[in-house]
Design a protein around this ligand. Sequence first.
Ligand code: ZN
Length: 431
Amino acid sequence: MGRSFMPKIRTERELKRIQLEGLQRTVTHAYKNSGFYQKRFDDAGVKPKQIKSLKDISKLPFTTAQDLQEGYPFPLKSVPFEKIVRIHASSGTTGKRKVLCYTQKDINDWANMFARCYEMAGLTPKDRVQIAVGYGVWTAGVGFQLGVERLGAMAIPIGPGNIDMQCQFLEDFQSTVLCATASMALLMGEEVEKRGLKDRVALKKVIMGSERSSEAMRTRMKDLLGVEHVYDITGLTELYGPGTGIDCAYHEGIHFWADYYILELLNPETLEPVQPGETGEMVVTTLRKEAAPLIRYRTRDLTRLIPKRCSCGSVLPMHDRLLGRSDDMFIIRAVNIYPGQIDYILSHSNGVGSEYQIHLKRKEDGKDYMAVRVEREEGGDPAGDTIHASAIEEEIKKQILVSGKVEIVDYGSLPRSERKSKRVFDHREES
Ligand code: ZN
């Protein structure tokens, strides 16, 4: 039905050819048209002509969030102002905002990528998409809407909050898809239940932004809203915005649009590639972006590649859900650990909820110890704590290669925060 936004690529070889062409085009464009990139390349002693294979990407210098902030207000700008049709900015909390500019072609590419996300999630022009994410200078609402319109479905742009209107529109317009953050989707689910609307709404799918969500949250969302599928969409402002990847109906991982950008997964300490399947920092290089191309941009987000072909048969590769930020890494007994790794284990464990804290201590023997305090799942039975705790301890030992003591505490006893909760408490320098 309608036009398809999937790439007409059948083999990995074809994909690699497209990536190499895009990489060469991007470095040539950036070197020629951006003073920032030209200086970076010159400092690194590399010329666009030296990029002869995909492996040569390792010769290129990195770009960071700091570069974007220092280049405020128009960092990485690689086209004249008359070609820029729009800007977006991150909702950054510290320092200057990251501002990204777009040409008409960039907006078009973004729309196509986003329409592909919807297509991957099985949407068609018959769908009615209620958009409950934020509209404004950031990329969320605008991006979700752009994709709906490109696909030819019907957009119902509400933005977050407005619960009464959300419920009314779900019922009156018979929305089939809800786009929201995980917490907003859960809230909607609870409202739909409270108001007894479940049989009067037509929702089939929830598409949520990359905010962390546990399996328990997804299950509850499905129950409350009566939807068949919950999809995870990824993206960041620097890389167009949301819409750069999504899982398919098999939910085996997040397919990402490797014909629009190259994803490297690097060890954040050594900046060398990690083994396929190992956790690393996502470093992205755009292949078509004009106004603000990204070359080896360090996203600080951690994930791992899923080194297999998806059951859906798509040639588009997959990465895991985001496992945290490399900035949050801590070291214990010479092992680098990310809170996201603990988070990942907890979200795949029985008997516990999603709130946790990691405490690091140095004992009299001079050795470092890690303790994980995690809440029991809502309504869980404390009698199961011992078994659940030792299962988690075993899993931590197996996956992270460090021992950790697990303590299960009452549901609701750990502090909650509207913003990002503090997870790691390092007491090692205290005594
Ligand atoms: Zn798939």
